[in-house]
Design a binder for this molecule. Sequence first.
Ligand code: SF4
Ligand code: SF4
Length: 166
Amino acid sequence: MGTAFVDRSRCLPWAMDKPCIVCEENCPLSPKAIFTREEFSTVRDGIFTAKEFRGDTIETVENNLKPTKFAGGDYYCAVEGSVRRKIEANSENSLTISADEQFRNLAAKSGKIEVQVRLQRPYVDIERCIGCGICEHECPVSGRKAIRVSAEGETRTANRRLLLER
Ligand code: SF4
Ligand code: SF4
């Protein structure tokens, strides 16, 4: 029936750094024709100064965080770029995480913490996609969807195929 293509300029994890995995979840094939690659991206204005640890809560010098904004399960608190713990809750001037000793020590040493969002950016496996269109139908981006099926691969004849080799 064709092949789906991700439009990276409209796809939420690609274009906006917003979590979304709807197309992958809805692809009916097994194994799925959509796979994802995990990436962590520092949110805009997401670097904070750690003032104090109280149990699992880090108090920040800044007090302009939007309460509960990072509590949805997709946000992490990171030190030194890549040591990270999931954020359970946040207030205007604090982040609550499951902080272990290693994390506390690193945060105390650097003084800076980053809020990162976990993204699962989608890719279409051209070997598997049958062009059924369910991903396009379910994509939450309105108007021109961020994943769309084209007629590419509709015919399997050797001189019309997308890839030189399959
Ligand atoms: S459903 Fe749409 S916005 Fe969400 S990951 Fe897939 S292509 Fe991107
Ligand atoms: S068109 Fe169908 S088979 Fe292809 S990626 Fe989308 S849901 Fe999966």
